[in-house]
Design a protein around this ligand. Structure first.
Ligand code: PAF
Length: 282
């Protein structure tokens, strides 16, 4: 695996692969990698002969007061995991490479609507930062495929929409959430949990699973089951932000929806945890 920090080094290598007729699959990350990221790289390997991974803790997607400074940075460990997973090129740019004019950049990529609901309502500007950095990374790497975890369901929807609206020649691929054995979705922010909080955290998955079961059994009073799920989480010690039942493309669900997604965001101690489950209705 080659590790580079400069945009021109990425361009040079990718251009060489493209000239040789090799397609490129790209996995953007913020590092502190876990089995969920390794699954993204494994899927990338199935899609294309060349795999590029970026590790960049993107300042513009952190809302003021969030954990940008505390966000875990583990570059050596990330490098070993990515080499073992079969990455060809690791791009680890310093902040000045991605934002050479500091935070005074003029151009932003915004996907209004989709970016303003759910997590976007609690983290205003977050998805604008995500869409902007991912658009920049797509421009640098020029991949045929880009892979993102389905745990960040709304992020995936925003990025699919961005690629479609901007006619970007990249196939945005979702990869199923990887869970711990007790159901907790893997996340770099799980590291913020104390032992007691870690023991409590799978309650999010249990709550989602119970809600999904009720939907499969015919429950259609969405507002009341959303409220009950939030009360269940809050009584267990979470500070829930939302539990929301949506259509698969994140609209308010209609009466004859064939596929729903149940999404949750809740704070537990220092961690903000998100998760979701999709439900196919018979
Ligand atoms: O999901 C993430 O880790 C980040 O939001 C991403 C897509 C790498 C953009 O910084």
């Amino acid at each position: 695996m080659q590790t580079v920090t400069r945009i021109e080094e990425v361009r040079r290598q990718v251009a060489q692969w493209h000239r040789a007729g090799e397609r490129v699959a790209f996995v953007p990350t913020m590092g502190n990698l876990h089995a969920g990221h390794v699954a993204l790289v494994a899927r990338a390997r199935e899609l294309a002969p060349r795999v590029v991974v970026s590790v960049f803790v993107n300042p513009t997607q952190f809302v003021p007061g969030e954990d940008f400074d505390a966000y875990p940075r583990t570059p050596e460990d990330d490098g070993s995991k990515l080499a073992a997973a079969g990455t060809d090129l690791l791009f680890m740019p310093p902040e000045a490479e991605m934002y050479p004019r500091g935070r005074a950049d003029q151009t932003w990529v915004d996907v209004p609507g989709l970016s303003d609901i759910l997590c976007g309502a609690f983290r205003p500007g977050h998805f604008r930062g995500v869409a902007t950095v991912v658009a920049k990374l797509f421009g640098i790497v020029q991949p045929e495929f880009a892979l993102f975890g389905e745990k960040d369901y709304q992020q995936l929807a925003v990025l699919r929409r961005m690629a479609e609206d901007l006619c970007l020649p990249v196939d945005v691929v979702g990869v199923p959430t990887v869970r711990e054995t007790d159901g907790l979705a893997m996340s770099s922010r799980n590291g913020y949990l104390s032992a007691a909080e870690r023991a409590l955290a799978p309650e999010i998955y249990r709550t989602l699973s119970a809600l999904a079961e009720r939907l499969r059994a015919g429950e259609r009073d969405y507002p009341s089951v959303e409220r009950e799920a939030m009360v269940r989480l809050d009584r267990s010690g979470f500070r829930s932000e939302y539990v929301s039942i949506r259509s698969a493309d994140l609209r308010e669900p209609g009466p004859a929806e064939a596929r729903l997604v149940v999404l949750v965001a809740a704070r537990l101690g220092r961690a903000r945890l998100i998760d979701n489950l999709t439900v196919t209705l018979g």
